[in-house]
Design a protein around this ligand. Sequence first.
Ligand SMILES: Cc1ncc(COP(=O)(O)O)c(C=O)c1O
Length: 280
Amino acid sequence: MDTDLVASHIANLEPSITLAITSQAKKMIEQGEDVCSFGAGEPDLDTPDFIKEAAIQALQDGKTKYTPSAGIMPLREALHEKLLLDNNVEYAASEIIVNCGAKHSCYQAILACCNPGDEVIIPAPYWTSYPEMVKMAHADPYVVQTKAENGWKMTAEEFEDAISGRTRMVILNSPNNPTGAVYSKEELEALAEVALSEDVIILSDEIYEKLIYNDRKHISIASLSQEVRDLTITINGFSKLYSMTGWRIGYTAAPKPSTPFRATPPRMSPASPNTALLRR
Ligand SMILES: Cc1ncc(COP(=O)(O)O)c(C=O)c1O
């Protein structure tokens, strides 16, 4: 297709470098080099048998039809339990939706909250997809370069300095891809205080919550207080923890909006049969 026909929000996207890095690493490993690949975040285990067996059973039971778009209720109820027991944060099942992978969850959350021209703060190093998702929402990524001496974590001061009149959201990814940095409770409290005082939505991508290799503990920022929970969108998924990258299951937990949405009716041509129906 002629590139002139591609919409500007697509033409402005950077291609994902994850796949390029993955294939380069594979080539180097094949050549006998000792490579630690920072490409696709894919566990080298197979999906556990009990999960495969449950899926086979579900298919045999005929569970192959359309489901509610927010996900089936037993799964949303199980996620409610998981978030309560594992993460100490209470989201009603009706505040949880299931998406096609956490990537889809992040994109939808950004699209749902950001207006064109809003700014989204992204601490660097970051997962390659965040800025492109922000651009797809016609919002602007604002990258904060973190420092080695701070363990590659954004400090509350750096966060505060990055906030402008256009800031709408901050993306926190703890444990972080690619650095592995895990924010402590105190560090999250300091960031949450800034977000609350400036009314900045927190998108907390917790996909690597169980992949911690020292004595650090993962804390869900939404568990800090009711006020923080009310400003936070918590995202997680099954890809990394259960080695289910190809299954494409992620989820989003967020407070219900306090005011109802205002829908704009579609514009209709005078000749449209639907308009004729409305006029009758
Ligand atoms: C930080 C981060 N968030 C989200 C995702 C997306 O995960 P999913 O496979 O659930 O879409 C990835 C995948 O690499 C990731 O690294």
